[in-house]
Design a protein around this ligand. Structure first.
Ligand code: ADP
Ligand code: ZN
Length: 723
């Protein structure tokens, strides 16, 4: 066991295992076949990387994402792990060199693209090498039942037949029962395979849903993470471009990504994102599969996701480094209708039924007043044990949701389902309830049913909401296999027999926007924030020099910890999570020097004691004065600072102070009127370089002839806001 921990610390710089990692790794080292179901960011890679270092021979890793191989291998090499890859991007002599390294034991981990598995040259290599382990990443690609089937993955079966005694570890983040069984069968993992299913909970994700009121909701969130990375999912290609352009105009570094862009732009945009050269990617669902970036701070769904599984996968791209990250779904009934419209145009009835029930699930989720985590995890068959997760809008803001007694409405709906002999879907049932005289209904003589028209008092949307809620709460069953026809469950019958009442929870509408507070956001103090900025630029320079993405050098979490603990020597540095021996030797000096200089230049500043957990410090911001509030309101009504000064008979200087205070407090959102975008960006850059404490160095950098104090103050206010 000590051996495992020592290796973990030495190469990866971590002192603790994540849940299940230790069990899985010991099993793999002992020769188990294993199947690992773990959410994105759960730490699957370590489960084969660490064994590879401990096992005598070669570990072969099969991964579908050729684009990622280089980055993964770069990251391992940066940590001193002897790893390499072979794929079609290499020329003959490079391949031969790597093969010979593998045969000589100079390489412990060999990444292979699936299409290479059965090439004679590959088989020849594997025959001659001592194979210790076969690791299959994204194992769901082997199954036709999964959403990412890759024909080449079938080669793995053949490989298994050829090397039946080499243990296998198969890993995935998405697999329902059917896919799971398929993976075990295809890989011939047999009955003795150890199966590990990690919790799908991602406690560092703050999850919220808001009723969509406009693009300002996006700005609110993006502004909370200035200069950090985020993904905004949109429904259409046009929408991604429009939004990216709009963000760009407002001074954010944003780019679109969708399947309509040519390959070159797609690769370029993705690469810029991975390398922290662009902050926001506005994307269709085409974006994400090949993203290994760990420091994505937020994922916004500007439109409804396709289904709960893809939603979970998409938000899962946030916060893989374990730092608090925000996931915001913007929901509107208009969007719902749009999707519904697409669905009605689907030709295949089975496909239509699946799409419709997916849409209903998402709607029920969006409109639910229950803990988001609870609902999400229930889709993975997981029962979330806590009453209050503390990191979703409904748990943080229970006042936004309300309980109400829906027994009478439920009885009407349930009895209508029974009268319709459980042979119709939600829409038809609602039409009957609302007394529709559609030909179909008259033709079926359903206008003669006693429940016809008893639901006239409520709009269709209310009934639909109720129906989906009753499905998700188990009063009704929706049979996907039978065109989504509804039937009443035992629990539903209890309601009909008056043995049970129905209490439902839903969000209040319209919801107040922008008032949810992120829980546990690890706030750096202002000074730490500045150091963090400097560490980030050092990381970026280092990464560029080596032509790798920044996270390969150190993750954000590691840099944040450095900014807080301010290590001053090699031993201190090794205490930081994510710094292993090799990285400490390779990059340590530059980072230590930077911290040392920073501490020297900022007398009085001291890192939190190494070895004790660091306290979290929040920037204290005083209340906004009443007078400043009035100024802010006037400004928002369109008055210029000069006009406000004249109107209120107060000096311009004071008004300017009011304005920067109002920006800091978020009362003034739109600072374009004071400082044009381009300039704001330039100022922001200067602040990141010099720190936020003093205006002077920034003024000197940009030049007094080019910038006013007010401009500096409002930009600083915006940067500090909500940080
Ligand atoms: P997955 O493949 O499951 O999506 P990764 O293997 O990429 O996840 O791991 C996600 C992140 O968690 C990476 O940044 C990784 O370095 C980090 N990580 C993995 N194991 C640990 C650990 N034991 N302690 C701290 N961080 C870890
Ligand atoms: Zn919750």
């Amino acid at each position: 066991m000590n051996n495992l921990r020592a290796t973990l610390q030495h190469y990866f710089g971590y002192s603790e295992f994540r849940p299940l990692q230790e069990e899985i790794i010991s099993g793999v080292v002992a020769g188990d076949n294993s199947f690992v179901l773990m959410p994105t960011g759960g730490g699957k890679s370590l489960c084969y990387q660490l064994p590879a270092l401990l096992l005598p021979g070669l570990t072969v890793v099969v991964s579908p994402l050729i684009a990622l191989m280089k980055d993964q291998v770069d990251a391992l090499q940066a940590a001193g792990v002897p790893a390499t890859f072979i794929n079609s991007s290499l020329d003959y002599s490079e391949i031969e060199q790597r093969k010979s390294d593998a045969l000589q034991g100079k390489i412990k981990l060999l990444y292979l693209a699936p299409e290479r598995l059965l090439l004679p040259a590959t088989l020849d290599l594997l025959d001659r090498a001592t194979l210790s382990l076969i690791a299959v990443d994204e194992a769901h690609c082997i199954s036709e039942w999964g959403h990412d089937f890759r024909v080449d993955y079938r080669n793995l079966s053949t490989l298994r037949d050829r090397y039946p005694n080499v243990p296998v570890i198969a890993m995935t983040a998405t697999a329902n029962q059917r896919v799971r069984a398929d993976i075990l069968e295809q890989l011939r993992l047999g009955n003795n395979a150890k199966t590990y299913v990690a919790s799908f909970d991602r406690p560092n994700l703050n999850i919220s849903v808001q009723h969509k009121s406009g693009v300002s909701q996006i700005f609110d969130l993006v502004n909370r993470f200035p200069g950090e990375s985020g993904i905004i999912y949109c429904m259409s290609r046009a929408a991604t471009e429009k939004l990216a352009e709009r963000l760009e105009r407002q001074g954010y570094r944003a780019l679109p990504y969708h399947a309509g862009l040519n390959r070159e732009s797609r690769t370029k945009h993705q690469e810029m994102f991975e390398r922290d050269e662009v902050d926001v990617i506005c994307a269709t669902i085409a974006f994400g599969m090949g993203i290994d970036k760990s420091n994505v701070r937020y994922v916004i769904h500007y439109n409804l996701p396709k289904n709960m599984m893809s939603y979970y996968q998409e938000i899962g791209r946030a916060g893989r480094d374990g730092l608090p990250s925000d996931c915001l779904l913007l929901y509107s009934s208009g969007d719902r209708s749009k999707v519904l419209h697409f669905i009605t145009e689907m030709v295949d009835p089975q496909e239509r039924a699946v799409a419709l029930s997916s849409l209903d699930e998402i709607t029920a989720y969006a409109e639910s007043g229950k803990c988001r985590r609870k609902v999400l995890l229930s889709h993975f068959g997981e029962d979330y044990p806590e009453e209050n997760c503390g990191a979703c809008d409904n748990c943080l803001n229970p006042s936004l949701s309300e309980f109400f007694d829906a027994t009478t409405m439920a009885q009407k709906l349930l009895s209508c389902v029974v009268r319709l002999k459980e042979s119709f879907g939600i829409s038809y049932t609602i039409d009957v309830l609302r007394g529709s005289e559609a030909t179909k209904i008259i033709g079926n003589r359903h206008h003669l049913l006693p429940t016809w028209g008893v639901g006239k008092d409520q709009p269709t949307t209310e009934w639909r909401w109720l129906a989906t809620a009753l499905v998700s709460e188990g009063y009704l069953r929706q049979r996907i296999e039978a065109f989504n026809t509804l039937s009443v469950t035992e629990k539903g019958w209890e309601v009909l027999r008056n043995e049970r009442s129905v209490e439902l929870q839903r969000t209040r509408r319209p919801e107040k926007k922008g008032n949810q507070k992120a829980k546990g956001k690890e706030v750096l103090s202002e000074t730490e924030q500045i150091l963090f900025g400097q560490l980030r630029s050092l990381r970026k320079r280092t990464a560029d020099r080596q032509n790798v993405p920044p996270y390969v050098i150190f993750g954000d979490k590691t840099l944040q910890e450095m900014a807080q603990r301010m290590p001053l020597n090699h031993d201190d540095l090794l205490q930081i999570s994510g710094v292993g021996d090799v990285k400490a030797n390779r990059y340590g000096r530059a980072f230590l020097e930077l911290v040392g200089r920073f501490v020297e230049e900022n007398p009085g500043v001291k890192g939190t004691q190494i070895t004790t957990p660091s306290p979290r410090i929040t920037v204290e911001v005083g209340e906004l004065s009443e007078s400043a509030e009035i100024t802010g309101e006037l400004f928002n009504r369109g008055l210029s600072p000069e006009e406000i000064a004249a109107e209120r008979d107060i000096t311009l200087r004071t008004i300017e102070d009011h304005i920067s205070d109002a920006v800091l407090h978020g009362l003034i959102q739109d600072i374009d009127r004071i400082v044009p975008n381009e300039k704001a960006r330039q100022i922001q850059g200067a602040f990141l370089k010099h720190g936020l404490e003093y205006l002077r160095p920034v003024m000197d950098t940009i030049g007094e002839e080019n910038v006013t104090w007010l401009e500096l103050k409002v930009v600083r206010g915006r940067m500090l806001r909500l940080r």
